[in-house]
Design a protein. Structure first.
Length: 119
């Protein structure tokens, strides 16, 4: 069982930065791939990025070059550094943990943290 808790959301002006954190419980954190997703009002949840247990990192095209995922297995933490934020980045951001990649299956989800980018 893994519990995920996101933090770090808030209100920021366009062009600003935020760093989201996701704290995971459990002793097997390092064996999970950690993903970030977001869901804007009235829209479906969308993939933001993924950090696998082997260190491969993938991003959605919409955030590539602006967002960076990192993880600290010793602290059971994964981070999403968001730079050059745009109003369209406004959403609830979720972290999720996956044990399997082919196909990728997210077993655990956090409760989400709100990010609002003002223009």
């Amino acid at each position: 069982q893994v519990q995920l808790v996101e933090s770090g959301g808030g209100l920021v002006q366009a062009g600003g930065s935020l760093r989201l954190s996701c704290a995971a419980s459990g002793r097997t954190f390092s064996s999970y791939a950690m993903g970030w997703f977001r869901q804007a009002p009235g829209k479906e949840r969308e993939f933001v990025g993924l950090h696998t247990w082997s260190g491969n990192i993938y991003y959605a095209n919409s955030v590539k070059g602006r967002f960076t995922i990192s993880r600290d297995n010793a602290k059971n933490m994964v981070y999403l550094q968001m730079n050059s934020l745009k109003p369209e980045d406004t959403a609830v951001y979720y972290c999720a943990a996956a044990r399997t990649l082919a196909p990728i299956t997210y077993d655990y989800w956090g409760q989400g943290t709100q990010v609002t980018v003002s223009s």
